[in-house]
Design a protein. Structure first.
Ligand code: SAH
Length: 225
């Protein structure tokens, strides 16, 4: 009996250990090695349990250098891309952030540790529901999930200090630019179906828009209205 209990304990311990080792390796080899130095981003990537945001069937790949399917044609983004977009977004502790494309809720969980409030919109009802449930169970209390069409943003909760899109529109929806505060920043993959420009938009204090590209990426297209 004691041996059996001991074995089960060891198995449980190993399971946990495996994920934290895999996560550490992910941060060192995929994120730091590619030049991300922001200590806040690295800290959050080290502490967010990505394996709890993917379906059990792909849990063993949770810390691999790739996007993974999460059902309904959606994917959880590659860890490096999550870190890169978080770094580009530069959220401050006092910021209110809008995310379009909740998916698994992983990017929202990462941001929730770096900002004050996260509002996130998902168009697929089942994904919105499961992400809301997961985030509540994991006690990410400052994240609010809503099912809806991200093209319209979230007027009732606007304006936002930061806006992040994790599905790619052909061009940045105007309501989202309108819902950004002066001095705010929006990060989005923008362009055609298979290849997009990772676009950083700064709204100046005067309300002008400054855009630059931070490279090319591949995201799922945003579902049109
Ligand atoms: N950020 C997610 C990954 C997003 S995948 C994560 O961390 O897991 C892109 C998501 O955008 C998909 O779940 C897709 O259903 C959603 N999506 C696509 N078009 C949308 C739209 N118009 N409004 C809101 N969500 C949309």
């Amino acid at each position: 009996m004691a041996v059996a209990v001991g074995c089960i304990w060891l198995l449980l311990l190993q399971g946990g250990e495996d994920f934290s080792l895999a996560r550490e390796k992910m941060v060192t080899e995929q994120i730091e090695a590619r030049g991300i130095q922001n200590p806040n981003v690295l800290r959050v990537m080290r502490s967010t349990p990505r394996h709890l945001f993917v379906p059990p069937s792909v849990q063993f790949q949770a810390y691999d250098d790739r996007a993974l399917p999460i059902g309904f044609g959606a994917t959880i983004s590659q860890p490096f891309i999550v870190a890169l977009m978080t770094d580009l977004l530069q959220p401050a502790k006092t910021d209110r952030v809008l995310e379009i494309g909740t998916g698994s809720g992983y990017q929202a969980a990462v941001l929730s540790r770096l900002a004050r409030e996260i509002y996130t919109i998902e168009i697929v009802p089942e994904l919105a529901q499961s992400a809301a449930k997961r985030l509540a169970e994991l006690r990410y209390r400052n994240v609010t999930v809503r099912q809806g069409d991200g093209y319209q943003g979230w007027a009732e909760r606007a304006p936002f200090d930061r806006i992040i899109l994790t599905a790619a529109p052909k061009e940045i929806p105007k309501p989202l630019l309108d819902q950004l505060v002066p001095g705010g920043r929006l990060v989005a993959p923008v362009g055609a179906t298979f290849i997009q420009s990772l676009t950083v938009v700064d709204k100046t204090r005067e309300g002008d828009l400054r855009m630059r590209s931070a490279g090319t990426v591949t995201f799922l297209p945003m579902v049109p209205r």
